[in-house]
Ligand binder design. Structure first.
Ligand SMILES: Nc1ncnc2c1ncn2[C@@H]1O[C@H](COP(=O)(O)OP(=O)(O)OP(=O)(O)O)[C@@H](O)[C@H]1O
Length: 224
């Protein structure tokens, strides 16, 4: 469970998120809103990438401000652009990088890497240069790099925006199948249509917090 207690965020004088209190328990939670409404700010607060300028974010009871490292271990974060996430020149090295800090045996490291490569059809690309993968494969590699860490929660910031239709459908399916609690900020309303709960932001305030049919209808109405 992720809890926000009076959480607000400002960048210098600009308020990006007005204080809000929320408890996130549903398995798949979508976050939608116009450009600049505060979605990315909200997403980044959930794993301590950003610290709130007001209030407290608690992840399984851990405070992102005081227990940042433990929080980041539990909350995986998938960026919109996989090029910002993939740091090593070879696929396997990229996946092994985060695992090094977990103190796993070489056999366990290998098993985890094999598992994600198999699951996302990247097995033939183990020794492939990461930057030569297609956009869709890069997104799957970025997601794999998060999942090998076995996080309890996965936060996505615009996971489908840069993808063609086939890859977008694939990523939608990947998200649908994840056993973890997922929080996804997106402009892709279809992605969020079968989520359990959708938060609609407008100018840094929560405009709606409801099941997708109701929340997305409210959003469409505001955007009309
Ligand atoms: N690093 C920053 N420094 C200053 N202002 C920022 C910074 N990041 C975001 N902002 C401002 O905070 C507000 C919320 O931005 P945020 O990126 O959270 O919105 P968003 O809903 O994710 O937008 P988009 O859909 O365009 O990605 C905007 O007014 C934005 O200009």
């Amino acid at each position: 469970m992720i809890e926000l207690r009076g959480v607000g965020h400002r960048y210098d004088a600009r308020v990006a998120l007005h204080p809000l209190t929320l408890t996130l328990t549903e398995r798949r939670i979508g976050v939608v809103g116009s450009n600049g409404s505060g979605k990315s700010t909200f997403a980044r607060l959930l794993n301590g990438l950003l610290l709130p300028t007001e209030g407290q974010v608690l992840v399984s009871g851990l405070d992102t401000r005081r227990q940042g490292r433990e929080v980041r271990r539990r909350v995986g974060f998938v960026f919109q652009n996989p090029d910002h996430q993939i740091v090593f020149p070879v696929v396997e090295e990229d996946l092994a990088f985060g695992l090094k800090n977990l103190g796993l045996s070489p056999a366990e490291t290998r098993a985890r890497i094999d598992e994600v490569l198999g699951r996302y059809d990247l097995g033939a690309y183990r020794e492939h240069p990461s930057h030569l993968l297609s956009g869709g494969q890069k997104q799957l590699l970025a997601i794999s790099g998060v999942l090998v860490m076995r996080p309890e929660y996965v936060v996505f910031d615009e996971p489908t925006t840069l993808l063609d239709l086939r890859n977008r459908n694939r990523v939608m399916e990947v998200i649908r199948e994840l056993p973890q609690q997922v929080i996804a900020a997106s402009h892709d309303l279809e992605l969020l249509a079968d989520f359990d709960r959708v938060l609609v932001f407008e100018s840094g305030r929560l405009l709606a917090d409801a099941p997708p049919a109701e929340a997305l209808a409210r959003y469409r109405e505001r955007m009309a």
